[in-house]
Design a protein around this ligand. Structure first.
Ligand SMILES: Nc1ccn([C@@H]2O[C@H](COP(=O)(O)OP(=O)(O)OP(=O)(O)O)[C@@H](O)[C@H]2O)c(=O)n1
Ligand SMILES: C[C@](O)(CO)[C@H](O)COP(=O)(O)O
Length: 228
């Protein structure tokens, strides 16, 4: 499958002066871990790396260090993750039938997770990695709980990769742009287009590096895996 990596964010919650994906994680740029895992998945045949042009030289340097076995094409991201993914979809090679989207900030996903998602895409129009939540969730407005607590047994935390049939995902993105939908993952577009999305088992360690503490957690996980 083809895989898009949104990597054009500003990392506001990280508070860094540069793209958080270029921050060091065990003496390597964070995103190099993501790229290495994605390219090691047997199901991934092409990578679209979506970034801001000012980061492309750093991206090139990372790729030069990795020598990945799959081709990588750059695309220019937009002001939101949703716009960046749409830009990445325009860069897909002609004839691409299945695409997965994986956050550059999720640097701990394993190759097996991408292959598991790809297997699900063989039978479903859409599939996402997710894990059951462990906390009780609340809907809150102005610091006050506002409605019945959701049944935790049916609550899952969506991760990436998220994979889709290309024609349907393109249609959902176009519909979203036409109707002003603002979503934080691609599965939400499928849902609003009333298309089914299968859930595949994610990984507890597949965290999205968002705030500074996540960098420390990511290092612990990498060290436990034997990374040096
Ligand atoms: N305009 C954007 C915003 C986000 N992303 C990417 O989408 C992924 C998930 O987004 P997030 O973790 O929120 O990254 P940022 O948007 O950079 O973080 P923040 O919201 O704290 O600014 C990241 O790999 C990020 O680079 C993107 O490609 N284009
Ligand atoms: C796509 C995602 O990783 C699923 O959990 C998440 O919605 C991304 O959110 P962000 O605010 O763009 O990091």
């Amino acid at each position: 499958m083809h895989l898009l990596i949104p990597a054009a964010g500003r990392g506001r919650r990280m508070g860094a002066k540069k793209n958080k994906l270029l921050l060091p994680l065990m003496d390597r740029p964070l995103m190099s871990w993501t790229l290495e895992a994605v390219a090691a998945a047997s199901s991934v045949s092409w990578i679209g790396l979506i970034g801001q042009p000012e980061d492309f030289p750093a991206f090139e340097a990372i790729l030069a260090e990795l020598t990945l076995a799959v081709p990588v094409q750059f695309a220019i991201g937009g002001a939101t993750r949703q716009e960046s993914v749409f830009a990445g979809l325009q860069a897909l090679p002609a004839g691409a039938t299945q695409v997965a989207i994986h956050d550059g900030a999720r640097c701990l996903a394993t190759p097996a997770l991408f292959d598991r998602l790809s297997e699900s895409l063989a039978e479903h129009l859409g599939a996402i990695a997710a894990v059951p939540v462990k906390d009780t969730l609340k809907l809150v407005n102005e610091q006050r709980m506002i409605c019945a607590t959701p049944d935790r047994t049916r609550m899952w935390a969506a991760q990436t990769p998220q994979g889709f049939a290309v024609p349907e995902l393109l249609r959902c993105h176009r519909e979203g742009r036409a109707r002003g939908w603002q979503v934080t993952d691609d599965a939400a577009l499928f849902e609003r287009c009333e298309l089914p999305v299968q859930v595949v088992e994610g990984e507890e360690t597949n965290l999205k590096v968002t705030t500074p503490v996540d960098l420390a957690i990511a290092e612990v996980i990498l060290r436990k895996r034997g990374a040096t």
